[in-house]
Design a protein around this ligand. Structure first.
Ligand SMILES: [Zn+2]
Length: 377
């Protein structure tokens, strides 16, 4: 078995390079990615203990809060974990009381034997439909039409871009913002509430879009603590934000897929505001690794993912289960090309990207992981 690792990762893979025959896409270890959730326990025990008399119930609530904080940790800026934990615990306690309240109401209903006006489920479905309609009505016409064409009619970003006189990347970014806004407006409509201050919407939007930079800019952490409404809505927004739309996986088996991979990388990278030159560089590197899959492995996939730690960037993982590369050093040396000067090959992709690693095992396959960081400023 021969495994090669080429290239150096700074920081986020830790000081020890991880060498494995397949590259997993889970969150790499490192201090930045292991928020001190355990450190929240004393605070939460105090907070819950003061409101819930039963120690077993209180401990359940603390554990449930921690679970929710952990699952949201990747989507919020680190300074927001404590406020989020506090509002989550408060919300859980409130819903516990509501639950008891509903039991009491239902008990009452059983006793007086009056038939319910309408089954609860029908009522809920109708309320949801109305909330969706109201939320859609609050989007701009352009956002609404684009979102509906994409989500309902399945029109792709490229053909939408043609119609709108825009680029596929810009349309993807617009769709991302529209979805985030729709989630916010939907919740407001469902709860039949209006924001209590003009700070609410920007905060809710930053949470809904999973945009940590915006969360810092609008000081979402402080607002969550001060605003009862946003504290209450943030939980569902964070849960919804887990449905990630900052990554794409493109199966590769023919030349046409190379184009699709190129476009996907460009679309996602556009959202981070990469320069036009960088977008071309990224797309070109993706073409090279995709072409490598088609030529040498036949079948594989390319995953494109946006990163925001330690900086904002785009990461591409190209994976195949082909024959593997027998001599990686030779395959990566400049001027070496197995397909006679066509394209830049792996050495070209390596030069174009900021980080580049190849893990290959003869007879098992190859994984190329490469990252381009966005210049800040
Ligand atoms: Zn608010």
């Amino acid at each position: 078995m021969k495994i090669w690792l080429v290239g150096v990762y700074d920081g986020w893979l830790g000081t020890q390079p991880r060498v494995s025959a397949e590259c997993s896409s889970d969150t790499p270890p490192g201090p930045e990615n292991s928020p001190d959730v355990a450190g929240l326990i004393p605070l939460l025990r105090r907070l819950v203990g003061a409101r819930v008399a039963d120690p077993a119930v209180a401990e359940d609530l603390v554990q449930e809060t921690l679970a929710r904080v952990l699952s949201a940790a990747g989507r919020v800026e680190p300074g927001m974990l404590e406020p989020y934990a506090i509002v989550t615990a408060r919300n859980l306690i409130a819903s516990l009381w509501q639950e008891k309240d509903r039991h009491r109401r239902n008990e009452h209903r059983v006793v007086d034997l009056r038939p319910p006006q309408a089954p609860d489920e029908d009522l809920l479905a109708r309320e949801e439909r109305e909330a969706v309609a109201q939320a859609l009505a609050r989007l701009s016409r352009r956002d609404r039409d684009t979102l509906l064409a994409h989500e309902v009619s399945g029109q792709d970003t490229k053909s939408l871009a043609l119609e709108l006189g825009s680029t596929a990347g810009a349309v993807a970014a617009q769709l991302h913002r529209s979805r985030a806004r729709l989630r916010v407006e939907y919740l407001l409509a469902l709860e039949r509430v209006e924001p209590v201050s003009d700070r609410c919407r920007p905060v809710l939007l930053a949470i809904s879009g999973g945009d940590r930079r915006r969360q810092r800019e609008v000081d979402a952490a402080r607002h969550l603590m001060e605003c009862e409404l946003c504290g209450r809505l943030s939980g569902s927004l964070m849960e919804r934000a887990q449905q990630r739309d900052d990554q794409m996986v493109i199966p590769i088996h023919a030349d046409a897929d190379i184009v699709a991979a190129r476009q996907a990388a460009r679309e996602l990278a556009t959202r981070l505001g990469f320069s036009r030159t960088d977008l071309t560089v990224i797309a070109t590197a993706v073409s090279e690794v995709a072409r490598n899959i088609v030529r040498f492995a036949g079948v594989g996939q390319i995953a494109v993912e946006l990163l925001d730690r330690p900086r904002r960037g785009v990461q591409i993982v190209a994976r195949d289960t082909g024959p593997g590369i027998f001599d990686v050093e030779q395959a990566l040396s400049d001027g070496y090309s197995t397909y006679h000067g066509l394209g830049l090959g792996l050495p070209g992709a390596r030069r174009l990207m900021d980080e580049f690693a190849v893990v290959t095992e003869v007879g098992r396959g190859t994984t190329v992981t490469m990252t381009k960081w966005r210049e800040e400023g």
